[in-house]
Design a protein around this ligand. Structure first.
Ligand code: ADP
Ligand code: MG
Length: 260
């Protein structure tokens, strides 16, 4: 696969919620291996954009291609199996479960109709469970999560580490593309910097990362492409290795995070 090939491609994607025109004919090409940031005012459609990619929202029209396949009509689990991983704006860990079980959810999420499997303890099911546990632990260790978390339920894990466990759940299935919706919201500067390093690591491991992020220093430091979404339209798609377009520069300098 060529490095400048598009791994995700949206063409004329439209979405209305009732009379609310939320995505207005979006065209977006995401280069394989890039770390693409999405910025824009509240309500401009950033989460809806990620949701149309992961399948939680069905676009009214337009095409969505993943690795060349048109996935617009595909259900969520099939997209996940084909290489899309995601996290949510509000952490969605299961409070009663520990980090390994929460990470393992990412393996179950892309299977279909496995709900009854735990009740049939055949050797095959036991083997599958053991493999899931092993994969979860490998991801836990890969993310350098501290071992003392293993004894905690998700409810007791501090927010900064919760966000990393969430990434674990999204990457345990080795997706090609990882979608992150405001993953550093509520983190302090040092936790945010650690999260940035983690994204760099994932990019180095071959993933394409699409991240909705408000923090200006963060996007300047870590993103290599940046999209500005305003009222459902992409007004800028910038290559961060080049001088920033004036419109993006002015958006970033007035972004609320610059003026706390
Ligand atoms: P952002 O993430 O950029 O803040 P969203 O994509 O969450 O913006 O929302 C864009 C617009 O779409 C908002 O007006 C929001 O109220 C509306 N919206 C988002 N999701 C839904 C939904 N499931 N049903 C109805 N309206 C929605
Ligand atoms: Mg949002």
């Amino acid at each position: 696969a060529a490095r400048d090939e598009a791994v995700v491609e949206l063409t004329k994607v439209e979405k209305r919620f009732g009379g609310n025109h939320v995505l207005k004919g979006l065209n977006l090409s995401v280069r394989r291996g890039s770390l693409l940031g999405v910025v824009g005012p509240n309500g401009s459609g950033k989460s809806t954009l990620l949701n149309t990619l992961s399948g939680f929202v069905k676009p009214d029209s337009g095409t969505i291609k993943l690795k060349g396949m048109d996935i617009a009509g595909w259900p969520i689990h099939r997209r996940a199996a084909m290489g899309l991983g995601r996290t949510f704006q509000v952490p969605q860990l299961i409070d009663e479960l520990g980090p390994l079980e929460n990470i393992a959810v990412g393996l179950v999420a892309r299977e279909r109709a496995t709900y009854l499997a735990p009740f049939f303890q055949t050797p095959g099911v036991r083997k599958a469970n053991a493999e899931r546990h092993q994969a979860s632990f490998a991801t836990f260790a890969e993310l350098r999560l501290p071992n003392d978390l293993l004894d905690l339920t998700a409810a007791k894990i501090p927010l900064g580490l919760k966000r990393i466990v969430e990434v674990g759940r999204a990457i345990v299935s080795r997706p090609d593309v990882l979608l992150l919706d405001e993953p550093t919201a509520g983190l302090d500067d040092s936790e945010r910097a650690e999260f940035g390093q983690l994204l760099r690591y994932l990019q180095g491991a071959g993933m394409t990362v699409v991240v909705v992020e408000h923090n200006v220093p963060f996007v300047l430091e870590y993103c290599d492409e940046l999209v500005l979404l305003e009222s459902g339209e992409i007004t800028v798609h910038a290559d961060m290795s080049k001088p920033l377009p004036a419109r993006l520069r002015s958006y970033l300098s007035y972004a609320p995070e610059h003026h706390p």
